[in-house]
Design a protein. Structure first.
Length: 145
């Protein structure tokens, strides 16, 4: 008798699990598209275009930087990249934004960099960065190191 009750309960539980709709946490397409546009504009304006002065349009003042080589906060970001962008690039240096992938507040960019070093060697590097957007501005950044 106990086995039949257990089997019956198991059957009912399985049927319930199969036929009760599961609520999924789907991405909000409008939010995702908006956040991808913010990250794309930031990347092309500030990092590719090297316009550090535009960073406050895109980064929160309390911006969190997870790369230990770059200071956290908007001010630290701007100071670091002003100094970095003051360094000359190889004449053929090119940084391209290849893909943006996002879901809700998280956006990942996939980039390619190409240049020729002083010794004539051609270089190509692929990398990605991940950003979290909050209230219309970038709140956090992670590197792929």
């Amino acid at each position: 008798m106990a086995i039949r009750v257990t089997q019956c309960f198991t059957t009912v539980a399985l049927a319930f699990a199969l036929f009760v709709p599961v609520r999924h946490a789907w991405a909000n397409e409008k939010v995702t598209a908006h956040n991808k546009a913010i990250v794309k504009d930031f990347y092309t304006t500030v990092l590719i275009g090297r316009h550090v002065g535009a960073a406050p349009r895109f980064l929160r003042p309390d911006y969190i930087q997870h790369n230990p080589d770059v200071p956290t906060g908007l001010k630290g970001f701007m100071e670091f990249f002003r100094a970095r962008f003051a360094q000359p690039l190889p004449p053929d240096y090119k940084r391209e934004l290849l893909y943006l992938i996002g879901e809700n507040d998280m956006v990942v960019v996939y980039i390619r960099q190409m240049w020729t070093s002083r010794d004539g060697q051609h270089h190509r590097a692929l990398a990605f960065d991940m950003f979290r957007v909050q209230d219309g501005k970038i709140a956090e950044h992670w590197d792929a190191d």
